[in-house]
Design a protein around this ligand. Structure first.
Ligand code: ADP
Length: 257
């Protein structure tokens, strides 16, 4: 995809990254972090050099979902840059690895912290940097998009939260910033039991969204207790079960980003 327009000069730490992909959602709790992390480890499994940036300062999930040996980011005192921590070859930065932070922060402060973490990290050469965006389409999200030259976005939603209007808002934000949305993931979509497939929340309006906005891919991700358990245990599902059905869905998603 064409390089999008973004404000300012490209920060040094981001200069050797080929693709910066935003994983975004309009509401919290839809599985955005789960998808960002599993997509990251899928791309790494395909041989790519990957980093994951957890941009959720209020509720960072990355520290729960992966188990790096070093759980604190280190600062290089000379260059005043941040050294990402690492788990299974993937570079990781999260406010949750920054030691004890403040519990209460106003919006502009959050934007400042996110920008600093993202742009002063020594990402090095990466094929993909995945940004686990904070939910919503507000100021913080907008600033982030202006700091990092995003190459693509993936929008995550669930059928019951897939209010057409909300997903459309996300698509419009990226479209204004000239960032193509390459896929919508409808998470917790179905489960299989007794040889049948059940859609407990009904079928979402994902198909309508992708059609109306010309988004090239729609993925349905099932409800799986293993996805939730692996998230809590610090080992992504696609690493724990690389041949499983969920891993296959992530491989398909990986090919289209
Ligand atoms: P978000 O980043 O959107 O807030 P999370 O990725 O933290 O959402 O997911 C919220 C919770 O739902 C987590 O406990 C996660 O393990 C669980 N979860 C996400 N996707 C699935 C799924 N497909 N099946 C089962 N549990 C899931």
């Amino acid at each position: 995809p064409a390089k999008p327009v973004f404000a300012g000069e490209l920060p040094k730490g981001l200069q050797s990254i080929s693709n910066i992909i935003a994983v975004s959602s309009c509401k919290g709790g839809v599985g955005k972090s789960t998808i960002a992390v599993n997509l990251g480890y899928t791309l790494a499994g395909m041989g790519a050099r990957v980093g994951i940036f957890d941009a959720d300062v209020y509720g960072p999930s990355l520290p729960t979902m992966v188990s790096p040996e070093n759980r604190l980011l280190e600062m290089n005192p000379e260059s005043r840059t941040i050294l990402p921590t690492e788990y299974l070859g993937v570079k990781l930065v999260s406010f949750g690895f920054a030691g004890q932070g403040r519990a209460i922060m106003r919006g502009p402060m959050v934007s400042g912290v996110i920008n600093q973490l993202l742009t002063t990290a020594e990402w090095g050469e990466l094929d993909y940097l995945l940004i686990d965006m904070p939910p919503g389409t507000g100021d913080i999200q907008l600033t982030l998009c202006q700091v990092a030259p995003l190459t693509a976005s993936v929008i995550v939603t669930t059928p019951q939260k897939l209010a057409f209007i909300d997903v459309a808002k996300g698509v419009r934000m990226f479209s204004t910033l000239k960032v193509p949305c390459v896929a919508v993931v409808e998470n917790m979509c179905y489960f299989d039991a007794d040889g049948k497939r059940y859609y407990p929340f009904g079928k979402g309006s994902g198909a309508q969204v992708v059609q109306q906005f010309g988004i090239p891919h729609l993925f349905d991700l099932p409800i799986r207790s293993t996805l939730s358990a692996s998230g809590d245990s610090g080992m992504p599902e696609v690493v724990a079960d690389p041949q499983g059905e969920v891993a296959k869905i992530f491989q398909d998603l990986g090919v289209c980003v």
